[in-house]
Design a protein around this ligand. Structure first.
Ligand SMILES: C[S@@+](CC[C@H](N)C(=O)[O-])C[C@H]1O[C@@H](n2cnc3c(N)ncnc32)[C@H](O)[C@@H]1O
Length: 195
């Protein structure tokens, strides 16, 4: 499907896709830069940093990551919505990014095809609270398998709804509550547990 976006602005597109696919989108408004800042505050943008972003939407965090990332860094994005994936490809042209239109639950096989090291950070905007428990478990297990041993998984949620599920896989800290976001959101920073 080829869609052109000459007059589309991100909030309008996000709203339209949010109405069509509310459970997967999780919101009708893209995240604010304030939330993006909180999501990235524990990320050390060292040389060669490798970041995976899950559920990029219209790219609020994606653009912030790229603006802070060194030239030697690499960003792989998973976005399940084909219209949003196409919008991201149209909006963001950068040699450091690869946009994969796929379910993040399948990240292990996609990333193994790329023949890379494990990512230092996995930054997620996926509404994990809306997922069926079995699917959420599969996603968290895939994040655990994918992430480098000393890596961080960073997730936001509007409610503290999935902490119990996340804590089965990760040591989890709530690093902030960003009220300048619609809706306000908690940010979790998670390091791997030995399972
Ligand atoms: C709440 S929006 C967040 C978008 C963006 N990160 C932001 O904060 O503005 C959730 C995004 O995750 C995507 N998504 C939901 N489930 C997904 C999955 N299993 N794999 C990949 N992307 C997914 C949706 O299509 C949507 O773009």
């Amino acid at each position: 499907m080829i869609t052109h976006f000459p007059k589309t602005h991100a909030p309008g597109l996000f709203f339209r896709e949010g109405i069509k696919k509310f459970i997967k989108n999780g919101s009708l408004v893209p995240s604010s830069k304030y939330l993006g800042k909180m999501m990235l505050k524990s990320v050390e943008m060292k040389q060669g940093v490798f970041i995976v972003e899950l559920g990029a939407g219209t790219g609020t965090f994606t653009k912030m990551i790229l603006s802070e990332m060194p030239k030697s860094g690499r960003l792989v994005v998973f976005e399940i919505n084909p219209i949003l994936a196409e919008y991201l490809r149209w909006q963001i042209v950068d040699p450091r990014i690869m946009i994969i239109e796929a379910d993040a639950v399948d990240m292990v096989s996609h990333l193994s095809n790329l023949n890379t090291n494990k990512p230092n950070y996995i930054i997620s905007g996926i509404p994990i609270g809306n997922m069926r428990p079995s699917l959420r478990k599969s996603l968290l297990s895939a994040v655990h398998e994918t992430l480098a041993e000393d890596g961080l998984f960073i997730q936001f949620q509007y409610f503290l709804a999935s902490l119990v599920a996340i804590r089965k896989f990760f040591h989890t800290k709530i690093i902030g509550y960003e009220y300048r976001n619609i809706p306000p959101a908690f940010v979790y920073s998670c390091s791997k547990k030995i399972l």
